[in-house]
Design a protein around this ligand. Structure first.
Ligand SMILES: Nc1nc2c(ncn2[C@@H]2O[C@H](COP(=O)(O)OP(=O)(O)OP(=O)(O)O)[C@@H](O)[C@H]2O)c(=O)[nH]1
Ligand SMILES: [Mg+2]
Length: 258
């Protein structure tokens, strides 16, 4: 069944209680509501434009992980090629963006759900797990707690998601130097233990961001086309092949000054 994205967009406008005599406050609130309505309208128009893009299949991908690991930044990097630096604005509830990608001759529309990592939104986000075809589970390589919490996230996934959901573990903020607190090998080991695909990404530099989403799109497309088991696409092998191709490219030497 086709889903009308517009019905999925919810705009919550909170109006603080109006106390007698605070006329100015009321004016500000009215302006704030007007701005919210205008931004909602522009979002609606952009969704209409996105929907008019042709595609063959739609796949739902969810971004999960602790607050601050970089889910929203990863999505924005993939969707718009930008990095959101500056003030960290935590996601409230859940939001989504679409992007159509080509997998061989098929146009795959990825509907990517960006969830809030904060504990208080868990009951809201659990409701969406069941519809997801793939889950990108992020931790922050500079934050050991976010890595330690991955086991708990995998427990939630087992409880709320479909049994055959595609899971990829991502160690984000791979651009971090001395701040790194989780080694790549630790991520690899955990992924092997749970039999899920793994790579490190950076929403800041763009490292592996497209690869993560494209590998997921490819896996889902091949699953949907019902390929026989022996020929099945293997997401981890695909990632490994792409990463080694990249590593074996000659490194660019910066121009010498002398
Ligand atoms: N160095 C670096 N910083 C990043 C990267 N990705 C995100 N950040 C920063 O990490 C902070 C949190 O990023 P968000 O994408 O908002 O985190 P989130 O996972 O969406 O957080 P919630 O919405 O609260 O669940 C921001 O200050 C980003 O600028 C990255 O790859 N490298
Ligand atoms: Mg966010």
């Amino acid at each position: 069944m086709m889903i009308n994205e517009e019905t999925n967009v919810r705009q919550v406008v909170r109006v603080k209680s109006h106390v007698d005599g605070e006329e100015d406050d009321f004016g500000k609130q009215a302006n704030c509501i007007k701005t919210n309505v205008e931004s909602f309208e522009s979002r609606r128009q952009s969704l209409k434009r996105e929907d008019s893009e042709t595609y063959d299949v739609t796949e739902k991908v969810m971004l999960l992980g602790d607050s601050g690991v970089g889910k929203t930044c990863l999505l924005v990097r993939f969707r718009d090629g930008l990095f959101l630096s500056g003030n960290f604005i935590s996601t409230v509830g859940i939001d989504f963006r679409n992007k159509v990608v080509n997998v061989d001759q098929t146009r795959v529309k990825l509907q990517i759900w960006d969830t809030a990592g904060q504990e208080r939104f868990r009951s809201v986000t659990h409701a969406y797990y069941r519809d997801a075809h793939a889950l990108l589970l992020l931790y922050d390589v500079t934050n050991k707690t976010s890595f330690d919490n991955i086991r708990a996230w995998l427990g939630e996934i087992r409880e709320y998601a479909q049994d055959d959901v595609v899971i990829m573990l991502l160690g984000n903020k791979a651009d971090a130097g001395v701040e790194r607190a989780v080694r790549r090998e630790e991520g690899e080991r955990l992924a092997r233990e749970y039999n899920v695909a793994f790579m490190e990404t950076s929403a800041k530099s763009g490292q592996n961001v497209d690869l993560a989403f494209l590998a997921i799109a490819r896996e889902l497309k091949y699953r949907q086309s019902g390929q026989k088991d022996e020929n099945r696409f293997n997401v981890q092998e695909y990632i490994h092949e792409k990463l080694t191709q990249h590593d074996s490219k000659p490194q660019q030497c910066p121009p010498c000054n002398t």
